[in-house]
Design a protein around this ligand. Sequence first.
Ligand code: IMP
Length: 196
Amino acid sequence: MMTPPKRAVYLVSRNIHKYLEARQIFLAHGLNLVLLRVKALEIQSENLEDIAKFRASYAAENWGVPVISEDAGLFVDALNGFPGPYSSYAYKTIGCRGILRLLEGVENRRARFRSAVAYCPGPNKQPLCFVGETLGRISTEERGSHGFGFDPIFIPEEGDGRTFAEMTRGEKNRYSHRAKAMRKFVKWYLGAVRSE
Ligand code: IMP
């Protein structure tokens, strides 16, 4: 049987983009992140934190390793926060074009991405959660070919006017909701490991 490497943290996800974005941040802090590419049991909830915590606990319980799980969503002001926790379903059904169509002629294009990163150290342990948020706006057309999901229509406020999909992974990591939540986790984790 394979022995898991010491100090490695596992990301339970089936999204390679999420993994590569998170890994870049882990590596920058000298930490290793391993992809646990399995299908974990999911709960239906409108709360990103609850979804991430449940998935992290489930994976830690079943695979016996320290796990992080991330859940994210795009919240559009003019649509009262839609698609929010339903972002995955909205992406699969109406996609970027559907969101652009819903916002046709709408002046208020403010939106935010939110990310919840949950960490569960092992079986029977309580998960912790770290959140990140990025304010921005929805573009009027799809732009760029990097990244995934709604990246081609999201312009972060702190950026230079390009969509996430027009940025390299490193550039997206400067501003993204996921990067902010991951950095909070990494800071906490390094502190926790040091005091062990
Ligand atoms: P998930 O449940 O965390 O996988 O995220 C739900 C959906 O939100 C994904 O299927 C994507 O469409 C969208 N999403 C989450 N994070 C991002 C991101 O960083 N860029 C673009 N779309 C994202």
